[in-house]
Design a protein around this ligand. Structure first.
Ligand code: ADP
Ligand code: MG
Length: 713
């Protein structure tokens, strides 16, 4: 739909243009994110009530919610002395039995009911003698010509907001459907944008052709003839949502490709060869396969006596690999390709600790090769007296020599003729905000992408020179999410762990077993191993009974003596964090108490114990990440999850960790149980909101949408 069309379409008209929608109602609708007529038509019912059949009050149960109807034969509000507590009650009679409906501390409910009203009531009994429902959903049945909208049919029950009656909203949607949708259902000719989307679908996909038209699907969503219609309609509307998104993704990608040509970063193996020779292990087959995919993007085949020919477009690649699969080594090889080609490389990590760790590793690996490695985080910069550096803050004046350097880089492509050594810059997102503007930037690597968010990725991509981009994520992403969130990236997967890893055993224990757990940990410490202990909070807030790392630190210092305990959390200063991390790496600190800050990337192979207290407070993917901190050396490792939760959902979640080490399976479970927002973390801003699409279940639709979008765009 072009913007022009959407402006003139009646669907884009504000809800206030509808009869009966004034300032108060439109403000309420706005709270439900309903602004236009189309928004209203796409307001999805929360559930449906089959009002063709009612349960007799006498047959209501405590186990299963059901709909009954009855006449109000008594009502009253009782206020208790002191404290302002009250209970309002109505008694319904359906000729066979009576039902007490009670609302606590909602005295205004009184004004919604009158003696003699006929009322629908939905819920389950809280008591049976007498029959009581507490806070049921109700709707007063009114006669008149509108009566047929609400009864003797499957009635939609919508999400509401304070002051907005169910009945009113249902009536409004009914009338709006009559006015705008009825005609489209007959002739499919009412709205060009709907007709267009129907025609495209019918032409593009055999399966889609069997789906209802958009107008029909919208009608079926609100007033289905059978409950099975609801799912059919949902699938159609979900498909439209997915197609719209996939078309956007493709357009963005095509736009990018038409503007950007790849810098020649294929390298000539000059640095990679000695790097691999000294690495101390052989790349796994999976790492090598991914390496080849990346090389093809960056400009694979080396030319005789020169650098590779670049692929047509800059690399935009997502590298997925379970924790410990060795993404860092792949990142290193990728960086070396660009460095060999005479370009600079930026590597961004989500935390300072991780940036610091990368700095240590990469310095160790690259400096013998003559490559400069620099660290730039919010709190730390490696000293730099080398004037050949091309990192310029816009705010700082540059000297003449620097200026002439820049000039030179503008004019010449990096090549062997340019003897200037290339640099690897490592940092946090501070790299992005520091006015980072490397003229020779050939490659950007983002580690642990899910902590960055799509907005920040875009910001990077818009750096102007279109460097190659490799994003790495340790949260394995279920296919559905991958295709929606990273649809504009090519995907590589490292689907194999390096051999010779110690196994990880996972246990779930209640907190009364902690003394035994500490005993076990002391044994392992005595054998020279190290442990992480993770808590959900930095400081005690009291509210939820969650343990806090600062408080436990005081206890454990004594409990675990003579072993040394270190403390790590986000409120420490950068240099304190670094001090404790390096002490832990050197095993002068034996036990590291931390918050989920250690969740990503930290690599200390001698640590073989991961104890997580209040495990129920963490997401599955997060726990899997935490567990990924151990099992990195040859020793057997132990992940112990402490939880006293009695909730079945929580136990089911934690059990998944006991049962499998496969990050992809865990991510699927997490997605199903907690939804995409939780799986990806709060900072994930790029996820579109779907009204009908369901990322946990709709893989087939997303695939279909991708195919359709490919044929369209
Ligand atoms: P992640 O994929 O979680 O970022 P890392 O890159 O931190 O994993 O690698 C985890 C550990 O495995 C590191 O200690 C690394 O040196 C080691 N490693 C990586 N690749 C291999 C390999 N092919 N063989 C043996 N060990 C490897
Ligand atoms: Mg990593």
């Amino acid at each position: 739909m072009s913007p022009l069309e959407s402006k003139t379409s009646p669907l884009a008209a504000p809800v206030t243009s509808l009869w009966g929608v004034g300032a108060e109602r439109s403000a309420q609708l706005a709270r439900l994110d309903i602004h236009t007529i189309e928004d209203l038509l796409l307001h999805r019912p929360r559930r449906y009530e089959d009002r063709r059949h009612f349960r007799k009050i006498a047959e209501l149960t405590k186990d299963e919610p059901a709909t009954a109807r009855g006449t109000i034969v008594a009502s009253g509000l009782k206020r208790f002395r002191g404290g302002g507590k009250s209970v309002f009650e109505i008694i319904l009679d359906d000729g066979g039995a009576r039902l007490h409906c009670r609302w606590w501390n909602l005295p205004f409910m009184e004004k919604y009911f009158a003696m003699g009203d006929e009322v629908f009531v939905y819920g389950k009994l809280s008591e049976t003698k007498p029959r009581v429902m507490t806070h049921p959903e109700t709707e007063v049945i009114e006669g008149g010509e509108e009566g047929f909208i609400h009864i003797n049919r499957i009635a939609p029950v919508y999400p509401l907001t304070e002051g907005l009656p169910q009945r009113w909203l249902r009536g409004l949607i009914w009338r709006t459907l009559e006015r705008f949708v009825a005609a489209s259902r007959e002739s499919a000719a009412h709205f060009p944008e709907w007709r267009a989307s129907d025609e495209k679908l019918a032409a593009l996909s055999r399966d889609a052709a069997t789906l209802p038209s958009r107008a029909n699907a919208i009608h079926m969503t609100h007033f289905p003839e059978e409950l099975a219609d609801v799912e059919i309609a949902r699938r159609r509307l979900a498909l439209d949502e997915f197609i719209e998104l996939q078309v956007q993704i493709r357009t963005r990608r095509k736009n990018f490709e038409s503007h950007a040509t790849a810098l020649p970063c294929g390298g000539n193996n000059r640095l990679i060869k000695p790097f691999l020779a000294r690495l101390g292990f052989k790349l796994t087959d999976a790492q090598s396969k991914v390496q080849r995919e990346i090389r093809a993007d960056m400009g694979g085949r080396p030319l005789p006596g020169g650098f590779g020919t670049a692929g047509a477009h800059p690399m935009r690649r997502l590298l997925q690999g379970d924790v410990g699969s060795g993404k860092t080594a792949v990142a290193a090889c990728t960086a070396l390709m660009a460095l060999e080609s005479g370009f600079n490389v930026a590597l961004m990590a989500p935390t300072e600790i991780l940036a610091g760790q990368h700095f240590q590793n990469f310095s160790k690996w690259f400096e013998p090769l003559g490559v400069k490695v620099e660290l730039q985080t919010g709190s730390k910069k490696t000293s730099n007296s080398d004037k050949s550096r091309v990192n310029i803050k816009h705010s700082t004046p540059i000297n003449r020599e620097q200026a002439s350097n820049i000039q030179r880089h503008r004019q010449t492509q990096p090549s062997t003729l340019n003897p200037q050594p290339s640099t690897l810059f490592i940092g946090t997102h501070a790299l992005l905000t520091s006015g980072f503007d490397l003229l020779k930037l050939g490659l950007v690597i983002i580690d642990e992408q899910h902590k960055f968010g799509v907005a920040q990725r875009e910001q990077l991509v818009r750096k102007g020179r279109y460097p190659h981009l490799l994003v790495m994520t340790a949260t394995p992403i279920p296919r559905t999410l991958g295709l929606t969130l990273y649809g504009d990236l090519d995907i590589s997967v490292i689907d194999e762990l390096p051999a010779g890893r110690g196994r990880i055993k996972t246990f779930i224990r209640a907190s009364d077993k902690l003394p035994k757990v500490w005993e076990f940990i002391r044994e392992k410490l005595a054998a020279g191993r190290q442990a992480y202990v993770v808590y959900p909070r930095v400081e005690e807030s009291g509210a939820k009974g969650l343990k806090a790392v600062t408080k436990e630190f005081e206890n454990l210092k004594t409990l675990l003596a003579p072993f040394r305990v270190g403390l790590l959390h986000g409120r420490l200063k950068g240099r304190d964090k670094e001090a404790v991390m390096s002490a832990f790496r050197g095993n002068t600190v034996n036990v590291l108490l931390a918050t989920s800050l250690v969740e990503v990337g930290v690599d200390v192979p001698n640590a073989t114990i991961m104890l997580v207290e209040n495990a129920e407070a963490f997401g599955l993917a997060q726990l899997h990440q935490l567990r990924g901190r151990i099992g990195r050396g040859a020793h057997e490792s132990y992940c112990i999850l402490i939880s006293d939760s009695k909730t079945t959902g929580t136990n089911e979640r934690l059990k998944a960790l006991e049962e499998t080490n496969d990050g992809f399976r865990i991510a699927e479970v997490d997605l199903k149980l907690r939804g995409p927002g939780e799986l990806l973390g709060q900072q994930q801003s790029g996820l579109p909101r779907f009204r009908f699409g369901n990322l946990a279940d709709d893989l087939d639709l997303i695939r279909q949408a991708r195919e359709s979008a490919a044929k369209m765009a």
